[in-house]
Design a protein around this ligand. Sequence first.
Ligand code: SAH
Ligand code: SF4
Ligand code: F3S
Length: 459
Amino acid sequence: MKGVIADTAHESATRNLYIETYGCAMNLADSEVVASIMATKGFKTTDDIQEADVVFVNTCSIRDNAEAHVWGRLREIKHQKKTNPGMIVGVLGCMAERLKTQFLEKEQIIDIVVGPDAYRDIPRLIEQVEDGQKAMNVLLSREETYAEIVPVRLSSNGVSAYISIMRGCDNMCSFCVVPFTRGRERSREPESIIKEAQELYNQGYKEVTLLGQNVDSYKMENEQNEVVFTFAQLLEKVAQIAPDLRVRFTSSHPKDITDEVLYTIKKYDNICNYIHYPMQSGNTRVLNMMNRTYDRDWFKMRLDKIREVIPDCGISTDIITGFCTETEEEHQDTLTMFDYGKFDFAFMYKYSERPGTLAARRYADDIPEEVKGRRLTEIIDLQHRNSIIKNTSEIGKTHIVLIEGESKKSELDAKGRNDQNKIVIFPIENYKKGQYVKVLIERVTITSLIGRIVEEVKF
Ligand code: SAH
Ligand code: SF4
Ligand code: F3S
């Protein structure tokens, strides 16, 4: 089966695919693979659901509210289907994997359910629906990486693109549904990754983000199961494509990020000085219950190491508040780690019990909603204070920014990011997206730096 899709001549596009994506960057990258698979069957993507022959919703299961949102959306799509009864509706992604037949049972409008490793089967599933049946494939795979499928870049700005380098996760953090929805961890062959990055660069892209749930466990092994190619080596290869191709990656697991990776970032100017470094909790007992396999001291020690090797590294984190049995003192430990970490950005969540996970089976979800909420607010407030202090310290400095397009608020302003992944806004003047410019920072908000261009940066 592998290879067939890339080799098939694209049928002329006669039907429309509307695809809506929820969840993480991996899902966005997957939707681009799905669009590519559908293109071989004569489907072109449309932004208008009204004119769609097929509607796909690529879903996320990470928290209950992510799932609730999708159910709400499906109810809206149900109304749409009334005006267009021939429309085929499919659910893809992590919720499809988790809930399987429940979708077909609960929601009459759904024709197809496809899990993250079964996208190559979509054309056959569509044919099955056209024959009047419901169709489902939620088989997980130990090998599938969609390596040779060239993604159709959906809603891309033409400057930055995602490249999926691995799939699945073997970590079994006790709160997390991902190992159940995405299966075992596997790495994609380096040649196909480097080729994809090179092709993107040839097309004018200036930034690639290498994606995996835990990029530091990316590896290629020989027949004796010895590691012969690491994530650091992959980073280096991609960085060598061109000095004006920025390389980013996400996510790193604190237990796994190696010194080799840190020194590779340091060695190459075009590997961005930015690490997403999810902490989850600042307390050792809670981290232990979460099965994160590091403790507070380890997290701190590795944070120090990042700052020692890459002093100006941007660091962001993820936090879960109100995990099972978390006490007030343990919550304070998270706050003190936030103060210590001085993160540039944080994704902050209330714990949401996911059925089937280790935590759901072993521990009661016993922190009341209002306590979770109050703790979350305390963390958010602290993070905002830290962000403002950090951002304010950038006033008067210059940053090299890759222009990604217009800012949301004004077409006279450009939006881009600096090396540390911070959003920078400035008058666009006569510059174009895809150019690198040096920007002098004059003002800041919690989330962005605002300034003006001093000069263009040439490579
Ligand atoms: N692979 C990444 C995280 C992927 S999920 C890593 O290991 O860091 C993204 C974030 O969602 C996690 O870092 C975590 O903070 C959050 N998350 C995952 N499961 C959750 C749950 N059950 N409740 C609340 N937040 C959760
Ligand atoms: Fe989930 Fe942990 Fe894997 Fe991240 S490392 S995807 S949190 S199980
Ligand atoms: Fe959500 Fe699946 Fe990503 S659960 S966060 S879409 S891996």
